[in-house]
Design a protein around this ligand. Structure first.
Ligand code: ACO
Length: 329
């Protein structure tokens, strides 16, 4: 029978591109205003990848920081999982390019496509593979260049998203002594392509001159339905953790950075202070699969991960999919 052993987070990394797109910049592109965006979303600016960067280039920079933090070399990695919906191309997996550019010549790799929940789902795959004893050193990246699938003629979507990457290295807890994985969840309500999707480019609508003319290769979103869904599942996930572990155990909530208003509304429904939540949405917007690991690294740097307390990461997105992970720092 396979071994089951405690798993920890050995290292964390994040990278955001240098170029800043402010709300004032967006005012010149679409009919919007800084006031509308800040009031509805909390976002003030977001990062945009340079023309010569691809998603794997962002992931590699975050991964290098995570490896350095973990104190291991790329050659020691056995597996790389990249969570993304904006991979370098539909195939091969972006994880393979990340492995090549890192010099991880002993690792296997694949991608996880779960939009904004991607990092949370991929982390559960990684932790369970390490827990089983099958792997000892697994790198998980969450990386996105959403600016390449945004329609900068659609004010409903283009103001909300940005580019970036985050990464985490998972090892046996005995080897790193921090961030012990306690559990998590993965859920979905399928059939929601009409609420949030990139309609063209797959088998449903193969890329064609027509799909481009109809702008179907860009993200489409029904904002109000996403808002209600996100508040509902965020509140439930956090309530479940409190019911299971008790409020005294709770250290920090690092949610998918979806929208400040969604996060505040959910926290109000739960009856918990926003002091528990780490937010950086005002600086980066929603970076989908990259948002949780970027916030996790920044929360670590800010000293928000309290020794012995729970770090809870709820995420929710297209699918509709949602899930969470719980670590004891
Ligand atoms: N600037 C100005 N006006 C805008 C903009 C904009 N950038 N975007 C939309 N509007 C307009 C709409 O056209 C609409 O105008 P109309 O009434 O004339 O048709 C109006 O604003 C809608 O206004 P509200 O109903 O007040 O907007 P709401 O309060 O619902 O806020 C928002 C819209 C921010 C999109 C909200 O629904 C939301 O936060 N939804 C969640 C979206 C989200 O965060 N998605 C992230 C991706 S999914 C994920 O990660 C889980």
């Amino acid at each position: 029978m396979a071994e089951v052993r405690p798993v920890g987070i050995a290292g964390l990394g994040r990278y955001v591109p240098d170029r800043i797109l402010t709300n004032q910049d967006l005012e010149k592109i679409v009919d919007t205003s800084d006031e509308w965006i800040v009031q509805r979303t909390g976002i003030r600016e977001r990062r945009i990848a340079a023309d010569d960067q691809v998603t794997s280039s962002l992931a590699v920079l975050a991964a290098q920081q995570a490896l350095e933090h973990a104190g291991i070399t790329a050659e020691e990695l056995q597996l790389i999982i990249c969570a993304t919906v904006t991979g370098d191309q539909p195939f091969p997996a972006t994880a393979c390019r990340i492995g090549c550019d890192l010099g991880a010549k002993n690792a296997g790799g694949f991608d996880v496509s779960a939009a904004c929940v991607g990092f949370v789902h991929a982390s559960q795959v990684a932790t369970n593979l390490v827990a089983s004893g099958a792997y000892d050193r697994v790198l998980v990246c969450g990386a996105e260049i959403l600016s390449r699938i945004l329609d900068y003629e659609d004010r409903n979507t283009c103001v909300l998203f940005g580019d970036g990457s985050g990464a985490a290295v998972f090892t046996p807890h005995d080897d790193c002594q921090q961030g012990e994985y306690l559990g998590g969840s993965m859920s979905m309500e399928g059939g929601a392509e009409g609420i949030l999707s990139q309609p063209a480019g797959g088998s449903r609508h193969p890329a064609s001159a027509d799909s481009v003319a109809q702008r179907l290769h860009f993200m489409k979103m029904g904002g109000t339905r996403v808002f209600r869904f996100a508040v509902r599942v965020f509140a439930k996930l956090v309530r479940d953790v409190i019911d299971q572990y008790g409020i005294d155990q709770l250290g920090c909530i690092i949610p998918h950075q979806v929208n400040q208003r969604i996060i505040e509304t959910a926290m109000e429904q739960i009856g918990l202070s926003m002091d528990y939540v780490f937010c950086n949405i005002h600086r980066y917007g929603n970076t989908s699969a990259a948002s949780v690991p970027i916030a996790l690294r920044e929360a670590y740097e800010a000293g928000r991960l309290e020794k012995g307390k729970l770090v809870v990461m709820p995420a929710f997105g297209a699918g509709m999919s949602w899930g969470h992970t719980i670590f004891r720092w």
